[in-house]
Design a protein around this ligand. Sequence first.
Ligand code: XCC
Ligand code: SF4
Length: 658
Amino acid sequence: MGDLGKSVTPSAGPVSGNGKTIDPAAAEILDIAALEGYSTAFSRVESMKPCPIGADGACCRVCYMGPCRLVGKNPDAMTGICGANLPTIVARNLSRAVAGGSAAHSDHGRDLAFTLLAAAKGEAPSYEIKDERKLRLVAELMGIKVDGRSKNDIALDVANRAISNFGQQTGEILYASRAPKKRQEIWRRQGVIPRGIDREIVQSMHATHMGADQDAEHILQQTVRTALGDGWGGSMLATDISDILFGTPKPLLSQVNLGVLKADEVNVVVHGHEPTLSEMIVVAAMDPELNAYARSKGAKGINLAGICCTANEILMRHGIPPAGNFLDQELAILTGVVDAMVVDIQCVMQALVPLSQQFHTKVITTSPKARIEGATHIQFNEHDALGVAKQIVKAAVDNYPNRSKNPRIPNYASDLVAGFSHEYIEYMLGGRYRASFRPLNDAIIDGRIQGAVAVVGCNNPRAKHDEAHFNLVKEFIANDYLVVQTGCGSIANAKYDLLTGEAMEYAGPGLRSICEATGMPPVLHLGSCVDNSRILTILTAVVEEGGLGDDISDLPAVGIAPEWMSEKALAIGTYCAASGAYVLFGVTSPIKASQAVVDLMSTGWERKYGGKMEFEPDITKIYEKSVEHIQKKRKALGIDTKKERVLFDMEARRELRV
Ligand code: XCC
Ligand code: SF4
């Protein structure tokens, strides 16, 4: 991507591991796997070619007269047995995927609301309200009285109000009112404000049943409504309640990559998405009795690490190091030192169990919603959460003496800074007494920061592991675009040293001046996948701060999921586009088969919502389209000519404005 502007190369990994990853640690393990014949997603992807009809969205399986596959010389002229045309089939498939993704995030949010309820009632003694300030803030957002009330009283109301948002049948979900005024009007005009989180998911599933909604544009309208119920509903509630229960993140230092595993300690790796159990495993892993027990088994102690978003949750709040992202889950087991891999929900490969059986690793499933055949099941129970966590850690300790293979821990662990919540960013920019997004807006207005780019989402073995995340982000920061990341994307770039203060060295001069003044890295880790909702609150705050238009769609901002693979990613992309952002997805397009649907989600959504969603497998084009969009927005705002640079100084800025 050297021709796209100023290019930099921080410590990127070498190309080995058969060229499937840019991560030197992953490459090392992949070489071992290839040599010794272990199957991983990296090897299975070679023999599992995607069905081209399904990949492009042209296979309908919603009834059993089919499946109907609309392929051939002129698929646009074809229909399924029922007469469904290509746009209907493609839109229906996307809609069902978005409903699946929204259900996953939202069900996670629901469980947190029930945990808050139990904590408020004193029925979950392992949990307490850690952030009372945020509790009061959220209560006020929900219209709940806070004055003179105890935190448990308030929490009870907040939990009940949150729970009712899932099952609400009419009206508008609570947090729709958090969006900029103009955004709310757009949604109302388009009829897409969710009534209740669950209701919209159900309607998506119903409307896409055989013989129901058969108008692609209308199917996509409900898709948007469902996704908004995720972003401004289930996910936003998940983030808020996690902050209330476990603390709102603040920056902290940690390390990342397979090198965080320890040869002489009991390694417990948590993987999945929900923070409830992992929060308790953090406590259990520090328990003096369990540590003494570990020493009695010959280990030096207990080492906790994470994979995927459970990792992100405990990284953000406790600095527990991630061992890797989505495609690293099997590689962690291949090191031979993982004594227990504790999984909850989502993004957990079934392949972990057969692989673990070739090692000593115990895969422990914990969610009442998710079991894996052959795994050990120790069910999480919020009423005795710490008890369950201790039982799990003990099982890991008991398994330590069973290690059968030489440890093969790649010697790579990079420093990173994580923990950027909306609240902290505001504080970091404005200072303690005048927490504010003003300095960010000013930096965007005067061009030191050209725009903001969210690079989020998964890994996909159909693309080189981490490569797109890394190449895009280094290019963006080199050209003065501030980057925020969540999910597996942030773990990716943490491995390549982009999530540290020192990474400002790779940033363009404007972005660098902001980093120097505030101490923030040019790439901000906002948390897990549900924490993409933090992006929505930040964008809203930036709009409300003033000077950059009056809606999210006015902002010079872009969202990218360059290596996506999950239905949740599609839900996130949809709610971001419907919130006014330009969203680009890499790897593959699930709507490719229908140009009509491609147009509806691109120019069609842009007309309706001011944001759009496009699939673009070429990373260079993703970069170019992003820059073009941001510059177009800057021009519309009249800030396309860089003003004279001034020092990053609040008072000086104030004077300059008058
Ligand atoms: Fe899963 Fe959230 Fe994707 Fe990573 S990024 S592979 S969804 S863990 Ni959200
Ligand atoms: Fe075929 Fe129509 Fe059934 Fe889909 S709903 S499988 S297009 S008959």
